[in-house]
Design a protein around this ligand. Structure first.
Ligand SMILES: Cc1ncc(COP(=O)(O)O)c(C=O)c1O
Length: 388
């Protein structure tokens, strides 16, 4: 049996009848940039994400870059980010001329550790940019309490977490000064190319970001500040408008798939603490745990990724590949160990949890259209692989 990590064609066949006439209509209209489809999407996303404003932009990376630009962050400034994330989270900080400051993660959720973050705040810290990694919210209560005390704005990197809820039931992206999202095709709400959105409750910021995405232009050919071409294509917005009504059911399917995996791995599972203490290559899997560290209360999760941890990860992964199963390692090298950030002089030993995660994490297929048979096959193959 072959089980891909992600098969987007399966989703496409379920919505093709709806999407194709809309796309054709848009192509025939030749109204290709911004316009009505983008405005409709912005309204939908703002409402869905419990935010007053949403600004459609060219990608999740550009959304983050724009957020930093809107805060006038530049040379001499520091921005705190988790060391375990997709590269964009740190890359954008350097692109505005500022210094990324890395923080270790929580061993259960893999999200930025609030206490470790507190220790890295200096008088140069101009923003904190935590990530809702894999689709689970970071601990906003703890991070917000610290950020508020120091008067530092939070930019939420919600690229992987559209629709994820905080413990209070509100959606991610609504409590930071800005939330940034990606519509990259692998995301739970994916476009047919690149796209992103920024959410905010601040009206002045929303107006500024709208102007920024079109070279800071207002009115036409008059520029009061420098922005960029960060516009969202009408075509991508139209695709997202058609897909959006399915989003909650796709989240739900991912959650059901995660529950099925969890039940199939029940005999092999260990806690992350037990896992760290065991050096042998035994029958051990750490499962993703949707839980708040401090309260123990279950966390909402949209499972953009279902990431487990196993000993001898590379051998286990090779075994799964041989058996036709697609997997991925998100992420094999933390920011503090990346060649391009060597100049920062961060010490690898300062990030033990992220280091262990990078060596042991493995993402399994979790997309909504997976069949029960496929999930059972992945689980059985994995259990056999870790016994070897
Ligand atoms: C955590 C995180 N941040 C930022 C991004 C950047 O988004 P995009 O690929 O749309 O530029 C991604 C997506 O790939 C991501 O996963």
């Amino acid at each position: 049996m072959n089980v891909p990590l992600l098969d987007l064609t399966r989703q496409y066949t379920t919505i093709a009848n709806e999407i194709e006439p809309k796309v054709l209509e848009l192509i025939r209209s030749q109204k290709l940039i911004l316009g009505k489809p983008v405005e409709e999407l912005e309204q939908t996303i703002a409402e869905y994400c419990d935010s007053k404003y949403a600004i459609g932009v060219s990608s999740g990376t550009d959304a983050q870059l724009m957020a930093l630009m809107a805060l006038n962050i530049g040379p001499g400034d520091e921005v705190i980010v988790p060391t375990f994330s997709f590269f964009a989270t740190a890359g954008v900080v350097v692109r505005v001329g500022a210094t990324p400051v890395f923080v270790d993660v929580d061993p259960v959720t893999y999200n930025m550790d609030a206490e470790a973050m507190k220790k890295r705040i200096t008088n140069k810290t101009k923003a904190i940019m935590p990530v809702h990694l894999f689709g689970q919210a970071f601990d906003i209560d703890a991070i917000e309490a610290i950020a508020n005390k120091f008067g530092i704005p939070i930019i939420e990197d919600a690229a992987q977490a559209i629709g994820t809820q905080y413990r209070d039931g509100t959606k991610v992206g609504s409590r930071g000064l800005m939330g940034t999202f990606s519509f990259y095709p692998t995301k739970n709400l994916g476009a047919f190319g690149d796209g992103g959105v920024i959410t905010t409750n601040d009206e002045k910021l929303a107006i500024h970001l709208k102007q920024m995405r079109n070279h800071g232009m207002e009115p036409k050919y008059f520029h009061s500040f420098i922005g960029g071409n960060f516009r969202l294509d009408a075509l991508q917005a139209e695709v997202l408008n058609v897909k959006f009504p399915n989003l909650e059911s796709w989240h739900q399917k991912r959650r059901e798939n995660a529950e099925l995996y969890n039940s199939l791995f029940i005999d092999a599972r260990v806690t992350s603490a037990e896992f760290s203490q065991t050096l042998s290559n035994e029958n051990l899997v750490v499962l993703p745990k949707a839980v708040n560290k401090n309260s123990g209360v279950p966390n909402h999760h949209i499972y953009n990724q279902y990431t487990i941890r196993v000993q001898n990860r590379d051998a286990v992964r090779a075994n799964l590949t041989q058996n036709g199963i697609g997997t991925e390692v998100y992420y094999p090298l933390n920011f503090h160990d990346q060649e391009c950030f060597a100049y920062l002089g961060e010490k690898s030993e300062s990030f033990p949890i992220a280091n262990e995660a990078a060596q042991t994490c493995l993402a399994l297929p979790i997309f909504p259209e997976l069949t029960t048979n496929e999930i059972e096959y992945v689980a059985t193959t994995l259990i056999n692989a870790i016994k070897k």
